[in-house]
Design a protein around this ligand. Structure first.
Ligand code: BTN
Length: 264
């Protein structure tokens, strides 16, 4: 759990990215193993740290995914990272949408792959998941915050049986090694850029970038559990607060949380 010196292969690309890292330039904490990087970033927020804290690890013993799932985090297989932000109220609803776009952009800049996004905030290459995002909001005496945790699969280690057919990794896709420090630096730089836009009110630019990365999934059938049973429709778009808009017969239904199952 102890913070250690940042390894050179991570520190060097971060140093080269310099001011492009925006708020993430100030404080990057590296751990060889933690329970969950989200927990440490949340502790920093609760202790009153300014936004921009980055907690990154080589392994997690209790990595969490969305909807109470586990995020398998073996040593060196992925990047396990959490950043702490204190968004303005108008920016908050789109932070995870912006983060999905940014992770896709960062992976593309570092590897040449062209990932897409899938609502709410998964990053895919083709039909396989490459990265996931877990955003956890909170409030402390220093104000409201959101911890954005992202896990990016770097290496094609054996994934747990239930996710293996639907998971991929950067190196598995490329068929060669990838510079993990460059992946981290480019993702943080892209996130800094998207977050700056969002804070400045450029919501439409973030939504447009999300739409173009989501084209593969929009127009596809989805289903979700609603109060009176399962509902089905066609994924249509997102709205200005990041909700999924689904066409059901001749109406548009807003889906805001929970599990959306993509059919086909
Ligand atoms: C998902 O797709 O279910 C979200 C996965 C999020 C995993 C990351 S890894 C870094 C951070 N720490 C955690 O415990 N979870 C997130």
């Amino acid at each position: 759990m102890t913070e250690t010196e940042i390894p050179d292969d991570i520190a060097d690309p971060l140093a080269r990215a310099g001011a492009r890292l925006g708020p993430f330039q100030q404080r990057v904490c590296w751990h060889e193993e933690v329970g969950s990087t989200n927990d440490l970033a949340t502790a920093a927020a609760d202790a009153g740290a300014p936004e921009g804290v980055v907690v990154a690890a080589n392994a997690q013993s209790s990595g969490r995914g969305r909807l109470g799932r586990t995020w398998a985090s073996p040593p060196g297989a992925g990047l396990y990272v959490s950043v702490m932000l204190r968004p303005l109220p108008h920016a908050l609803p789109l932070v995870t949408i912006a983060a999905g776009v940014a992770i896709a952009e960062g992976v593309e800049a570092a590897s040449g792959l062209s990932p897409c996004v899938k609502w709410p905030n998964d990053v895919y290459v083709g039909s396989r998941k490459l990265a996931g995002i877990l955003a956890e909001a909170g409030s402390s005496s220093a104000g409201d915050y959101v911890v954005v945790g992202f896990g990016i699969n770097l290496r094609p280690v054996p994934f747990p049986d239930d996710i293996a057919p639907r998971a991929t990794s950067i190196e598995g896709e490329l068929g060669r090694d990838v510079d993990r420090g460059l992946v981290l630096a480019e993702c943080l730089a892209a996130l800094a850029n998207r977050y700056r836009l969002l804070q400045g009110g450029a919501r439409d630019a973030v939504i447009a970038a999300w739409r173009s990365r989501a084209a593969q999934h929009l127009g596809r059938p989805v289903e979700w559990d609603a109060e009176h049973g399962t509902r089905r429709g066609i994924a249509h778009d997102i709205d200005a607060r990041g909700a999924l808009l689904v066409r059901v017969d001749d109406r548009i239904v807003r889906v805001i949380s929970g599990e959306v199952r993509w059919i086909s």
